[in-house]
Write a protein that binds this ligand. Sequence first.
Ligand SMILES: C[S@@+](CC[C@H](N)C(=O)[O-])C[C@H]1O[C@@H](n2cnc3c(N)ncnc32)[C@H](O)[C@@H]1O
Length: 301
Amino acid sequence: MLVQVIGPAGFRGAVVGAVTASGGSSTWPLILGPAPVDSPDVHTEIPLPPEEMRALVGVIDPALFDNPSGANVVPDLGELTSGAVLDFGSGCGRLARQFLQQIPQPSRYAGVDLHAGMIRWCNENLAPLAPQFSFVHHDVYNAGFNPSATAAMLPLPFDNDAFDAVVAHSVFTHVVEEAALHYLSECARVLKDDGGMLATWFLFDKRPFPMLQAFQNALYINSKDPSNAVIFDRAWLRAAAAEAGLAVVGATPPSVRGFHWTIGFAPLAAGREEIVLPEDDAPFGSIPPPVLSVPAYTIGA
Ligand SMILES: C[S@@+](CC[C@H](N)C(=O)[O-])C[C@H]1O[C@@H](n2cnc3c(N)ncnc32)[C@H](O)[C@@H]1O
């Protein structure tokens, strides 16, 4: 299903190429990238992460890790995806695997994730396939994925202006408000002035909730692990982006009401026109997060 994009030139066409919001754990994060091929048995020489690892990122179907046509993995970022690409919250390499097949490959690809087992798997199985691909463990606390870490947030381990494109798919949907501010700012810092960023978000409208303080702009669905799913105020998102040095230049509303928005950002320095977020009038549906049978941090350890 293609969804409408509201935005000026530069944030082009539909962001979400393959939206499979039919529910169930294999489709939990909506899929950014080329449409999956119809055949369930896609063949490539590139190793596929084990199923228990794919379950960790909520995408089990192998076709959703593949890009057999070599298409641009993030068409809305245009040619930026053949430059230096940061995949913030890279998981078990779903997008990395697609970028390995993209023609041309990115000139540089860096994946960053707080889950040690998934980063290890990517370093052992994907990094050897292309010298410009690297994966870095970002050792920050997450109740399920990295419970032994002590830091709540850390700088991203890259120089200023290092990347043409930043992709954060289904990541800002799992960070608390303070961390979202920090990582928006870090993404802006490492992004070149003529670069672009795409990130998915859960959004709500804070205005009907008068009990919320000015500094309370996120809703959390899980009292034991707030990162399970985090829903941000839509007005806050624009203000937070501006504080980080980013303008909101594109948006794809969810295909199921309240689910993933895909938001396009550009550095404020680029002087791009900001957009007004459209209403979310998608049909209602149910897409709960997957429930795992073993502790997440033990997978791939
Ligand atoms: C739902 S998964 C999506 C993975 C990948 N982006 C994809 O689309 O397949 C969310 C990922 O974000 C990572 N993550 C969440 N917060 C993070 C943070 N502060 N720093 C680095 N990674 C983070 C998690 O470890 C997890 O792998």
